[in-house]
Design a protein around this ligand. Structure first.
Ligand SMILES: *[C@@H]1O[C@H](CO)[C@@H](O)[C@H](O)[C@H]1NC(C)=O
Ligand SMILES: CC(=O)N[C@H]1CO[C@H](CO)[C@@H](O)[C@@H]1O
Length: 370
């Protein structure tokens, strides 16, 4: 019998390498980003220099010593140079307003996201347009946000699949987004590319949240009509029943909401402008992780187009007590909506509301806004 010693170096190489290579080909997961890049290259092979730069995680966020690990994040529609319809707020203006009204007192990185990534040209042009901002580019994947096989609204979809995926992404999918999945962020300022901070914010929002242990910050609320929150109140009651008769963290707010239900509509936060404690929302709280699991399993974001807006509102009273949700008083504008006017009684300080912020706003609002 011949021993290992009599095998030629070439044979030895094949013996070791072949199984490895086969394993690699069979089991190595193809990254979403690579797949997307390949796709785009295949369909755009005439424009070689426009290849998407694989930028996920290539640039770790840089913070100053002792700075809170927070960032602004925006899902941008392309082409970024276009204004969608006649919206009063659009990407250029949103970025201009961030540079003018947010960044001076909140010098945090700004992460621009697009599910297909960014070309080198786009990155260069955008950085050139706003040189004063620290802009990062990332490519979140929507691949794991799978719809159920048969959706309840199949006959007459309540919205496009893309929109529903965005709702799922905003609600729980963000957990898997670049920079969040890798735990590089403790606080997140999420802003739509058609939301504009139109009044200078004079204080550090993340620092205020940290100081007061705020989990969620918002500016505006609205009501979502019955057809897109169908089944949500029952879902919440059933969820509580199945979780040891879960007591809401803010029972006063829940009671007020239940007492003032109208036509099956549901209160919602305007989540096109919101600030989140990332650890609290996605990692630290097993009760919240469980909520996402059951929600995801129900498929209701896809079945009935439940939005992240009414879902965040439900979470506000289920999981956060009455001084964990803060309301900004500063003015902002979203898309073609009426301006969310400044409610700052002291424009110098711009003191946000911390104690019972949502309840106070609802009480002021219920007669007029509903
Ligand atoms: C946004 O800015 C870019 C770069 O300056 C410009 O080319 C584009 O026309 C602007 N778009 C709008 C809608 O103003
Ligand atoms: C898949 C993809 O990104 N295709 C793009 C190829 O290039 C044209 C012209 O620039 C774009 O319109 C397509 O979207």
């Amino acid at each position: 019998m011949r021993g290992w010693g009599s095998v030629t170096p070439w044979q030895r190489f094949l013996l070791v390498f072949t199984p490895l290579a086969v394993w690699h080909i069979l089991f190595y997961p193809i990254d979403d980003k690579v797949a997307t890049t390949i796709n785009i290259q295949l369909s755009n092979n005439s424009k070689k220099n426009e290849d998407v730069v694989p930028n996920e995680h290539t640039e770790p966020l840089v913070f100053q010593e002792g700075q809170i690990r927070g960032a602004a994040m925006m899902l941008v529609s392309k082409p970024w140079t276009n204004r969608r319809g006649d919206r009063q707020c659009y990407f250029n203006k949103s970025m201009d307003d961030l540079a003018r009204n947010w960044f001076p007192t909140n010098p945090y990185p700004i992460i621009l996201q697009h599910p297909k990534g960014w070309t080198a040209t786009e990155i260069k042009d955008i950085r050139q347009r706003w040189p004063q901002l620290q802009i990062y580019f990332s490519q979140p994947s929507f691949r794991k946000l799978k719809p159920p096989k048969l959706m309840q609204d199949d006959e007459k979809p309540l919205s496009s699949l893309g929109y529903k995926k965005m709702c799922a992404f905003k609600t729980y999918g963000i957990k898997e987004a670049p920079y969040i999945r890798t735990r590089q962020l403790d606080y997140l300022f999420y802003i739509d590319d058609d939301a504009c901070v139109t009044e200078p914010i004079q204080y550090d929002v993340f620092a205020t949240m940290q100081q007061h242990k705020i989990a969620y910050t918002y500016k505006q609320i609205f009501t979502d009509p019955e057809n897109v929150v169908h089944g949500l109140p029952d879902f919440v009651q059933e969820y509580k029943r199945q979780h040891n008769n879960l007591q809401p963290a803010n029972p006063t707010l829940e009671a007020f909401v239940l007492d003032h239900q109208k036509d099956g509509s549901q209160w919602a936060f305007s989540t096109n402008l919101e600030w989140l404690d990332v650890q609290e929302f996605f990692f630290r709280r097993p009760d919240i992780v469980e909520f996402y699991r059951v929600l995801q399993e129900s498929g209701m974001i896809f079945h009935r187009r439940w939005g992240d807006a009414p879902l965040r509102f439900v979470m506000a009273y289920l999981f956060f007590h009455n001084s964990q949700v803060m309301r900004l008083c500063s003015e902002y504008v979203h898309s073609g909506w009426p301006t969310a006017v400044s409610t700052c009684t002291d424009p110098q300080q711009q003191t946000p509301t911390i104690q019972d912020a949502v309840l106070q706003q609802l009480k002021d609002c219920v007669a007029t806004c509903n």
